[in-house]
Write a protein that binds this ligand. Sequence first.
Ligand SMILES: O=C(O)C(=O)C[C@H](O)C(=O)CO
Ligand SMILES: [Zn+2]
Length: 279
Amino acid sequence: MNIIEERYAVHQDDYKRYDTEKLRQHFLIEKIFAPDEVLFVYAHYERIMVGGAMPVKSDVALEPVYQQKASHFLERRELGAINVGGKGSITVDGERFELDTKEALYIGRGAQEVVFASDDASKPAKFYMNSAPAHHSYPHKKVGMSDAKVLELGSSETCNERRINQLLINGVVETCQLQMGMTELQPGSIWNTMPVHTHSRRMEAYFYFNIPEEQAVCHFMGPANETRHIWVGNEQAIVSPPWSMHSGVGTANYTFIWGMAGENLDYTDMDFHKPHTLK
Ligand SMILES: O=C(O)C(=O)C[C@H](O)C(=O)CO
Ligand SMILES: [Zn+2]
């Protein structure tokens, strides 16, 4: 049985009055992986589902949840999965895709049986997933880091030197509305997505991983003139509403996966806010 939690959409006027606990309750996803389970948060921003599958002792299957009222999970949805654990595989209607760490799989609408497996229980695969409603069925496709479109952004002087690996993105794979990728910070750099941006056309989810023990990432959210922060631990995620900027600074090096759904598939459609204008 897949485990699901629901998150409703928040108005930016209400968000202003949230304390730490309420911000965390609405925007932070503390648990993405549990052994031999599939966990999902169903968020009412573009109806994105954010979650993870971690097969250890046994394979685990994707099952429909009550919120979907569907006979199978992908009846009206598409899904992107990126492995952040040891080697594993995803079998889609009998077709097996081997996925090493940092490799992604796009699964198109209509797939009926999706099964996650780890090659070695002592180093389990961890499939981080985003899923969004889909109007069309595009082919399933595996995308490795060497297939990614790469953007090198930032500099060591501003502590934001980073490599953006666009994995499930227009031009690499056909999707209805989902886009996903992985941003790696260069050693010594700690700021992601600085200068910050908003894109009210798309919501976004950030999943932080490879954060060393006892370290954390301070994630910033909100309209540029009304920002708040949430401290995020390793393998936790943030749901970013369409009115919110999204950026983070780590107390150590880390990596994160971003995923988006919404009005367009244009990665460059962003409204930038210069650091000195933020409040
Ligand atoms: O470090 C960055 O900059 C990012 O990774 C930005 C994300 O890809 C993003 O927010 C796309 O809208
Ligand atoms: Zn963004």
